[in-house]
Each structure stands twice: as C-alpha cells, then as structure tokens.
Design a protein around this ligand. Structure first.
Ligand SMILES: *Cc1c(COP(=O)(O)O)cnc(C)c1O
Length: 375
C-alpha cells in the first residue's frame, strides 16, 4: 500500500526546514511513482549509486540533478553518466577513483568532486563505517589532489543508517573540520549524507529538527568558503512512510505465523538484521483478544525465511487474517526478489496515515498505534 501524501509531506519538510540541499538517496526506494512524488514535493537533486539508477532518474525526472555518490564506480558508468546524462557531481575515497573520474570524463573542468571521509557509525542502527571513506591519515593527500581536479570541492560522509542521535552528525563534523584544517584547502560543499531516522517499534529518535539544528550550527562553525553549500542525502527519512505491506496468514503454528511475504521479499531487514516493523491486524471486525508476541515465517522453502520479531498481534489471529506491516517504504520494496516464485502482489494507493510519522506533531491515529510495540 503506497501513501503518496506521506512522501510529499516528508519531501516538503526537508525542503522547507533543512537549510541546504536535500538529495534523495534513490537506493532506499527507486519506485518511479515515489520519485515523482518527491519531485512534486520539491526534491530536485538525487543521489544515485549505479548506472541503472542514473538512467532511471534521468528518464523519470528529466529536470533532476543527479549526483553519483558511490565511491567505487565502473569507469564506463562514470563516462556514460557524464557524457549522456549530464552528471557533474561524483564522490570518491581514493586516488585511484579520482584518476578514474578524471580519465572517464576526459579531464573535465566542470566537476564537483566530493571526498568521502570515514566516520564512526556509533549512533546508527546500521553501520556504514567499514566499507567506504578515506581514513584521517589519507584525507589530506586526497583532498589536495581532488582540489586540483575539481571545479567545486566537497566533503561527504555517512554516519550510518537510522542514526538515533544528532550527536552522530556532530561527531562526523569534527572529522570534517580536522580534514579541512589538515589539508588547508577551500571547500565548497559539505554533504552530511543520509542516516536521518524514521520511527519504528522500540526506536524513538529525537525530532528531525534537532538533527537539522545540530547540523546547521556545526556547518556555520566550519572553516569553509562563505558561499559553501550544505547538502544532505536522506533515503530512509524520505521514503519509509511511503509504503506498507499487507500480508495474509496462511498458517499458524503456536506463536509462529506463516505469511505470504518474507526475507526474500520486502522483509529483508526484518529477517537479516532483526528490524522490528509495526504490525496491525486488518480484519473487518476488530479483535478484542489481547496482544501476544508472534514470529513470522515467509513463503519460501527456506529456514532463513524467518522474521523473529516479536510482532504483537491479537491472540485469536489465524489463517485467512491479514496483517499490515508498516514503514516499509525504505529498504522494503527495493529489496524484493522473485526467489521461489513469490513475487510482489498488487500495489494500491491509500490515503490514511502511515503507522507512525516523523512529520506530524500529534501521534497519528491512536487506534492503530496501540498495536505498535514500544520496548
Ligand atoms: C544509503 C546511502 C544514503 C541513504 O542513507 P539513509 O540512511 O537511508 O538516509 C545516502 N548516501 C549514501 C552514499 C548512501 O550509501
């Protein structure tokens, strides 16, 4: 079930309150319908990570500005992005990647090059700290070399996904300051990446304004050029509330429910990183039974297709009942496979509120939220 109004609301929130540019990180959910909603909500810049994402956004939103923010790219992908799709912004975290970009663009002089720094993921639920990013002792040489090749020089980082405290960004900004001071280069763009949280059972982060305030203050205090731009790359925060999943219970075995989507479908995170999503029984007549914990099995013939939860649902739930699983707009639909023949079902547009929202002041629809577990 998709909720276009929730995506537009999230987009407007970032556009109006984040004092900089918000690039939507397309990998969180590349649905063309969502891309159009975000565009209508005012998002003009898109963080793409593969040539397929470049092509998709270029085709769906011809007016969009694309930024190729994967620090390890195929040379032919860089060339096609630059030559055929007008991409001018690229990230990198090594001299080899810088050389690749310079070669693939024919030594272009109109590039915005963003050096990705490695920063801790201490405050995030999903770490992005080990794979990418120049370490502190590598940053100086890389920033100086990128400065030579760039029209505009940027510094970017990612604090990890679902950062539970604004302190994550303050910690990262201290790394940025040290890198700028160490390299003594003029920096034109500070890109604080993604990591902005959504609301899930047992995860109740500070309001997004607190994140924005912390970032704005830290940005103002950096030794950057007076015209320097502030960017962010929200993925989860712009897409989580956009979609939820309606599944059917096919079998019950004690406190285990066999449902018709799972680890190879939209519930990858529920299975593989034990992410807890909000759930609600969807039945014509509401159940008065008390809520008890269940785990889920997905539809494939594979033990790993298991979501431990616990998911709190009425004790009288059984085969034929439907369950709404919320907040799956980010890293849900995007992760689906067709393994074992279980593919996506229908998509329907609904107009009610998502099961939780970071963008409405009052708690949304109490009746449903009573089913959201808080630990
Ligand atoms: C995944 C990713 C994002 C989006 O992160 P969220 O935690 O979903 O906001 C942004 N930038 C880069 C480079 C990423 O890899």
């Amino acid at each position: 079930m998709v909720r276009p109004h929730a995506a537009r609301r999230a987009a407007r929130f970032f556009v109006e309150r984040f004092q900089g540019k918000s690039l939507y990180a397309v990998k969180a959910n590349p649905s063309p319908a969502l891309l159009r909603e975000l565009w209508d909500g005012g998002i003009t810049h898109y963080d793409v990570a593969s040539i397929a994402e470049v092509r998709l956004v270029a085709e769906t939103l011809p007016g969009a500005t694309l930024c190729f923010m994967h620090p390890v790219k195929a040379e032919e992908a860089i060339r096609e992005a630059y030559v055929d799709h007008g991409v001018r912004t690229f990230s990198l975290d090594s001299i080899e990647e810088l050389e690749k970009i310079v070669r693939a663009t024919g030594e272009a002089t109109d590039l915005t090059l963003c050096v990705r720094l490695r920063v801790p993921s201490d405050h995030a639920k999903l770490s992005l700290a080990s794979k990418f990013g120049a370490a502190q002792d590598e940053a100086k040489a890389l920033l100086m070399a990128a400065r030579q090749a760039a029209d505009a020089l940027g510094i970017c980082f990612h604090v990890g996904s679902q950062a539970m405290s604004p302190a994550a960004y303050l910690q990262a900004m201290a790394y940025v300051r040290a890198a700028i001071v160490g390299a003594a280069v003029t920096v034109d763009v500070i890109d604080v990446g993604g990591g902005f949280p959504s609301i899930y059972p047992g995860m109740d982060p500070a309001p997004l304004e607190a994140y924005f305030d912390a970032i704005h203050d830290a940005f103002e205090a950096l030794p950057v050029s007076y015209s320097a731009e502030l960017w962010a790359e929200p993925g989860r925060a712009l897409s989580a509330e956009y979609a939820s999943l309606l599944v059917r219970v096919e079998r019950r075995r004690d406190d285990e429910l066999y449902i018709n989507d799972g680890a190879y479908g939209a519930l990858y995170d529920a299975a593989h990183v034990a992410w807890r999503f909000p759930v609600a029984l969807v039945r014509e007549r509401e159940s008065n039974a008390k809520l008890v914990p269940f785990s889920f099995y997905g539809p494939t013939c594979d033990d790993a297709d298991h979501m431990a939860g616990p998911f709190l649902l009425p004790a009288d739930i059984g085969p034929g009942d439907y369950i709404e699983i919320g907040m799956l707009g980010a890293y849900g639909c995007a992760m689906r496979t067709g393994f074992n023949g279980f593919t996506a079902g229908e998509t329907v547009t609904v107009t009610d509120e998502p099961m939780a929202s970071a963008y409405v002041e009052a708690p949304v629809e109490r009746k449903r939220l009573s089913n959201v577990v808080t630990l």
